[in-house]
Design a protein around this ligand. Structure first.
Ligand SMILES: *Cc1c(COP(=O)(O)O)cnc(C)c1O
Length: 360
């Protein structure tokens, strides 16, 4: 008799629930930090021409030489640093986690943080330690340093700005963590374009610092491209775990083409930042809504009965993210991505009608 799945699959995998992506067809989609704007027609046409001529019968360039040099220039990556590409930065987190997964090794992050840090630790058999943030979502540096001493983590992931809270941590505190850590620290700058801060220029000072970026939140989520930037001694090891053709030929040529028009995505990011200010101001004027500061393309807010508000918004065609129940610090919290002006208006009007209803 063959064994049943639950005798073959690892118990910690049996205990997981799969990453849930809710259906969103026809909805105002403000749940996933996507850029709401598409590419201009002229770039779309250039892409159409490029893809028509691409050799889809051949494997992509595994070293993506041309794309990496375009990225290096576009992002101002220091010459001393190497680049590793991933099928989204999710894949890079997994590669790093696999590489450090010695018996009993610890992956550390803060809580609440990006859910994949914890999930991927479980995938690869690492122990996970999540150090709680303070109630205002700032770093609790003393607790963090104590946890580092106690667990001696192989790797710490810090999103800068943080997801799902949206804030930038104090840079000085992050530097102290990097200096205190025996292992590596990965600063995940997924929301870099919406913040005016980066650890790019700190890479040369810290031998154990790695920087992660993604093109997803910038406007190319559908192409799946993330990058890891760091010293060759680290990246040479991680490269051994990267599956040879993880970044397809379409992704390589399309990203390169878009980056040849640097103003397009940066103008879209500027529009999103301007809309973020408007959305923030409008939310602050609503009674019964607490708004948290954000340096990302989303806003974290707290309302009464968040779960009901979330469901009612969904019923009325507006999809956001309900964080209530995901962590004690996120009680009654919702996360909304900054969309187009009309999407944001639709969200605000619906939210306002729900709140007014519940007050009266
Ligand atoms: C969205 C997000 C990612 C994942 O990005 P992909 O490149 O699309 O895989 C990584 N880190 C943080 C903090 C994110 O919010």
């Amino acid at each position: 008799m063959p064994k049943k799945f639950d005798q073959i699959i690892r118990p910690e995998i049996l205990d997981l629930s799969a990453y849930h992506v809710p259906p969103s067809v026809g909805m105002v989609k403000l749940d996933a930090m996507e850029n709401p704007y598409s590419l201009p027609k002229n770039i779309g046409n250039e892409i159409a021409q490029l893809t028509a001529n691409v050799s889809t019968n051949r494997y992509p360039d595994t070293n993506a030489i041309s794309l990496k040099s375009t990225l290096r220039e576009a992002m101002g990556i220091p010459v001393e640093m190497d680049i590793m590409l991933g099928n989204g930065s999710d894949e890079i987190i997994q590669i790093i986690a696999l590489a450090v997964a010695r018996p009993n090794a610890v992956l550390m992050s803060v809580e609440p943080a990006f859910a994949m840090f914890r999930m991927i630790a479980t995938f690869v058999g690492l122990r996970y330690s999540g150090v709680p943030l303070k109630a205002d979502f700032s770093l609790d540096i003393d607790t963090m340093l104590a946890a580092i001493t106690k667990y001696q983590p192989a790797v710490i992931f810090i999103a800068y700005p943080n997801n799902p809270t949206g804030n930038l941590f104090d840079a000085e505190a992050v530097s102290r963590i990097i200096k205190a850590t025996p292992g590596i620290v990965v600063v995940d700058e997924a929301y870099h374009v919406f913040a005016d801060a980066s650890f790019m220029s700190s890479l040369v000072q810290h031998p154990n610092l790695l920087l992660m970026r993604t093109l997803s939140k910038l406007g190319l989520a559908g192409l799946r491209l993330g990058l890891l930037i760091g010293r060759p001694e680290w990246l040479t090891q991680f490269e051994k775990l990267r599956l040879p053709y993880n970044v397809g030929v379409m992704t390589q040529i399309v990203v390169e083409k878009v980056l040849q028009h640097p103003d397009v995505l940066s103008q879209q990011a500027a529009a999103i930042k301007a809309e973020r200010t408007v959305l923030n101001e409008c939310l602050k004027r609503l009674d019964g809504v607490e708004v948290f500061p954000t340096d990302a393309n989303f806003v974290l807010l707290r309302v009464n009965e968040a779960h009901e508000v979330f469901l009612e918004l969904k019923k009325q065609g507006v999809l956001i993210k309900n964080l209530d129940g995901s962590h004690p610090l996120l009680k009654n919290c919702l996360r909304v991505t900054v969309g187009t002006p009309s999407e944001n208006r639709q969200f605000l009007e619906t939210l306002q009608s729900l709140i007014t209803k519940s007050i009266n």
